[in-house]
Design a protein around this ligand. Structure first.
Ligand SMILES: [Zn+2]
Length: 126
């Protein structure tokens, strides 16, 4: 297991322990996690704190030069809101844990030339 996907899964577990939806995410810059988060819709009664948004928020405001070298790891295919944020900040690489239980807006990334890789899709092909 990739250490960054494992960190995203750990975040998902943390969310589950809090009684939330178990989805986790980490933002990686130059081989180091600069933001991590998990879905907090139930915990904080939030409409926007999906795992990816939480990880971006916890990374703090970064210069564009940082975002353009980041990889975002998420345990579940990102919804249109999170996909939009990923595109807005110009994060070029996305690693998705799975997209069987929910297929987000992954086709959006291909349209703008960003890379996304679903681990379940990779596993299914093997
Ligand atoms: Zn989302």
């Amino acid at each position: 297991m990739d250490e960054f996907m494992q960190a995203a899964i750990d975040e998902a577990r943390h969310g589950l322990e809090e009684g939330g939806v178990p989805i986790g995410s980490v933002l990686v810059y130059q081989g180091r996690i600069i933001g991590r988060g998990h879905n907090q819709r139930h915990q904080r009664d939030s409409v926007v704190l999906h795992a990816e948004m939480d990880a971006l928020e916890n990374a703090g405001r970064q210069p564009a030069s940082v975002y353009k070298e980041c990889v975002l790891y998420t345990t579940l295919s990102p919804c249109p809101m999170c996909s939009g944020a990923i595109l807005l900040y110009g994060i070029p690489h996305l690693v998705i844990g799975e997209n069987r239980s929910f297929m987000g807006a992954e086709t959006t990334f291909a349209r703008v030339g960003s890379s996304s890789k679903s681990l379940t899709a990779t596993n299914a092909a093997n």
